[in-house]
Design a binder for this molecule. Structure first.
Ligand SMILES: [Zn+2]
Length: 559
């Protein structure tokens, strides 16, 4: 089928919504197992206990997933057209099902401002003792705009690492000066050394400059930077990736990377030259810091432009029916973004469809919303949030928990679904699928961490319902995979809201172009999604809310 234009897509999107035909499915064969799983069902035996839990079907889920994870959604990067289209698709359904918008200006979309910066070479300049230098030829800049001038102080690699007894700032004062930093780090220093507290356990050049009032940084390049100079200059002129616009001034320290010619001008007449520095770096023993001659000054200006753009969470409320309890909320969510378009794989496929990650959660939550709107009303209200920017760093959940549509203290629990669509086939010995859960199993993370009651409720609902295999393998706060930190529930937990995270485990298509909807186990998804619905239903109707009786384990609370 030929690539469709946006207008045709929206037209057929509306057609799909109103008469149930699915676009993507015309393109791809309908998985037989889906049809089998959703054959007509006798009258529901669960309705009395769990409301319209059987309103959730594998057929429904698959139709939504084939759309959300179709190539046309272009991998739903944040921000992107595919993400916006997916948001519109979810919003259209929510309004059809009578949900209350909880986003910006009475819409379902909680607007999140993003900004990105771009260095402007033609508006950037540099000089040392009156000798001027040209952008690209003699220096390039990191994307922090600014104009600085002042004396120079050499600070070696510009690091302080308490654990390794490294401190290039001993005995020198960088205030109101420009720090000259040698790119790189002494042997043995790695990213683990930057995990503690800034200023206490470690300092990097930019953190020290900011803390101690240095005006700017000039970097003496490493050998690899010099050998890739042209590429580095070229990419320095690309816009940075968009970041949430916190409205706070970007207090990045203006920084330029000097060419050999400019380094020689800086070190002219000083007690060390570039050659010696390179030799010392290769021997891992860079000499101590010192002030350059006070008569020498440097100045540079980095010109840049800031571009702002918008993205959004999709936020909706299904109001509870009990006057006393409807002001309390069960929050349920997933991330509807993925990583977009990237390198082509061996099949030439560039689109990261993200069917499991997290298309599965996105449509599971959508199916829960649909079932809820076609059944009895729970006592408490349900807050639905489809988060954006999860892949970029939990942006959407950070934003919604910093700007909550309802008071955080009235959210009794958050249920997070991130990857529930894959199952390990019998006899699958692929190492990449070693930790993938089976067709009747799911990893449950965090349910017992903050509230004994919540852990027990989750267990008893499951035992009394579909009795899936709940694995708590990743519930260990010391687990090196650190899944507790790696999805949106984490931002709710940080706010003291008890959470349950449902996850199927990493597999061979995780963050690959091949994470496609035809690899999803829809029968499993139906079971897990129904189990989450039943848990939500129980939480929304129980007389009391789960008590938070355990603090987050220290390892988890530190971040
Ligand atoms: Zn994910």
């Amino acid at each position: 089928m030929k690539r469709i234009t946006l207008a045709i897509l929206l037209l057929s999107l509306t057609a799909m919504i109103f008469n149930g035909d699915t676009l993507a499915q015309k393109k791809q064969t309908k998985p037989q197992q889906v049809a089998a799983a959703s054959a007509a069902k006798p009258e529901s035996k669960w309705a009395a206990e769990y409301g319209n839990v059987e309103g959730i079907t594998a057929k429904q889920i698959s139709e939504y997933l084939y759309f959300v994870a179709s190539d046309e959604m272009e991998g739903r990067d944040t921000p992107s057209r595919g993400l916006d289209l997916t948001a519109k698709f979810i919003g259209l359904n929510l309004s059809k099902w009578g949900f209350k918008p909880a986003g910006t200006d009475g819409t379902f979309f909680q607007k999140i401002p993003l900004r990105r910066t771009q260095v402007l070479g033609e508006q950037s300049s540099a000089a040392v003792n009156g000798q001027s230098f040209k952008y690209g030829e003699d220096f390039y800049a990191s994307p922090a705009a600014g104009e600085v001038a002042g004396q120079l102080v050499f600070v070696g690699h510009g690091l302080m690492v308490k654990a390794k007894n490294i401190d290039y700032y001993k005995g020198i004062d960088v205030k109101d000066k420009i720090m000259v930093v040698v790119d790189g780090a002494p042997a043995g220093v790695n990213f683990n050394d930057y995990r503690g507290k800034v200023g206490e356990d470690f300092h990097r050049p930019e953190t020290y400059a900011r803390a101690k009032g240095a005006r700017g940084i000039i970097v003496i390049p490493s050998a690899s930077t010099l050998s890739f100079w042209d590429q580095r200059v070229k990419s320095s002129l690309n816009p940075t990736r968009a970041m949430p616009d916190t409205g706070r001034p970007m207090n990045n320290v203006p920084t330029i990377i000097a060419s050999e010619k400019m380094v020689n001008a800086i070190l002219q007449g000083e007690k060390i030259d570039f050659e010696t520095i390179r030799k010392q770096v290769s021997e891992g023993k860079l000499s101590e810091s010192f002030d350059l001659s006070p008569s020498k000054t440097a100045s540079f200006k980095v010109g840049s432009k800031v571009e702002t753009m918008m993205t959004q969470n999709v936020v909706a409320i299904f109001e509870g029916g009990d006057p006393a309890l409807k002001d309390e909320y069960v929050a349920i969510g997933a991330h509807y973004d993925h990583v977009g378009i990237g390198q082509a794989d061996s099949k030439g496929d560039k689109i990261f469809n993200g069917a499991d990650d997290d298309g599965s959660g996105t449509v599971a939550v959508l199916s829960i919303a649909e079932a809820l709107s076609h059944g009895p009303r729970p006592k408490r209200s349900i807050l639905f949030v489809w988060h954006c920017g999860e892949e970029k760093g939990l942006w959407g959940s950070e934003f919604v928990t910093e700007n909550p549509p309802v008071p955080l203290k009235q959210i009794i629990t958050q249920l997070n679904i991130d990857m529930i669509g894959r199952s390990k086939a019998a006899g699958d010995t692929k190492p990449a699928n070693a930790n993938l859960s089976g067709p009747n199993d799911i990893y449950v993370i965090g349910s017992k961490m903050m509230s004994t009651q919540l852990g027990e409720l989750s267990e008893s609902v499951n035992k009394g319902f579909l009795n899936l295999g709940f694995s708590y393998k990743y519930d260990d706060p010391n687990d090196r995979e650190r899944f507790f930190y790696r999805s949106d529930h984490f931002n709710y937990a940080k706010k003291g809201i008890p959470i349950i995270f449902y996850f199927d485990g990493v597999h061979e298509d995780y963050h690959r172009q091949s994470d496609h909807p035809d690899k999803i186990d829809y029968a499993k998804m139906e079971k897990v999604t129904r189990t989450v619905f039943a848990t939500m239903w129980k939480l929304a109707n129980d007389p009391s809310r789960p008590k938070v009786d355990k603090p987050l384990p220290a390892q988890l609370a530190g971040f």
